[in-house]
Design a protein around this ligand. Sequence first.
Ligand SMILES: C[S@@+](CC[C@H](N)C(=O)[O-])C[C@H]1O[C@@H](n2cnc3c(N)ncnc32)[C@H](O)[C@@H]1O
Length: 316
Amino acid sequence: MGAREDMYGLFTSVNEINLTDDQSGQSAKEGVHKKNISTSYDLQARMSKKGILWNWGYHDEQVAKEINARIPGFLDYDTDGFSEELYFAALREVPIDLDDYADKFVLEVGCGLGEGLNFLSRVIHAKTMVGLDLSEQAVNRANAALSRAGLRYVQGDAENLPFEDGEVDVVVNIESAHNYPRLEKFLQEAARVLKPGGFFTHVDLYTTQRHAFLKELQAKDLGLEWVVERDISSKVQAAIHQRLSPDGSFHKALREQRVGAIQRHMAKRVGPEAVGGSFAGYTDSGSTKLLKKMGVLPSQFMPPVDSYRLYVAKKI
Ligand SMILES: C[S@@+](CC[C@H](N)C(=O)[O-])C[C@H]1O[C@@H](n2cnc3c(N)ncnc32)[C@H](O)[C@@H]1O
């Protein structure tokens, strides 16, 4: 467990493609985009410490207490737990009692290193839990570290899920869909693999434009009835602020890493943006501005995220 660890600016400018695209991009462009995404996350998977999740986190005292009630000792860990809170926040909105998962198939799309789904496997006891990710390295690490009876990880694409129609009870999707060039295709796929009456829970960062596009999709007949909508920006920003505080896990991780002075300096200056700093109101440091001016970092390192949202839909 711990802070998101992409502090070396491994986000690529490809994020700009789908967050500003009109969604009608050509398939060659989409192929390049996906290749860039998987290469970037393959690299992060190789560099990441064990137990790491890759999201901006969420913090709410009540949610933290609810987790602690299900996993005693959760609040006593020596890490912040905010990324896990985001997973719990997404799951608790699904109208299935947390004790009623014994016969359920839970699929996470965009599972990263698998730690989030592994955490959920301690909250609920589902029959089958599968995490899917585009990054082969992330999936390999997840399987090597975490797979066991009832929990496994597969490589695959959110827009072409390798599952049968109506096989899944709950699809979980955490801070991943902003990477998908065709959000509509993903929603169709999530609906296709869900059983009628099954649920899709989704959290992600949104630009104004991307959110307007989601609204258009929600008005379409994709076989999903949208039952929960929440702007969770303030909870995500609360986690980012705590993470980036001098005693927070971001600086703690930096202090513990065995890296050279220049790397450390860079990570300190550039890294906050990758863990949601600009969304939480932090402005570019002088070094970041200079690196952008020199073309070392893309001018728009992170897209202009203006909300972080949680949605739940029911398969009709
Ligand atoms: C910000 S990370 C979040 C990972 C994980 N959900 C977490 O919170 O720790 C985004 C993940 O989405 C995955 N991803 C991006 N595009 C994908 C796609 N088309 N299909 C499946 N996974 C994808 C990336 O490889 C990456 O692991």
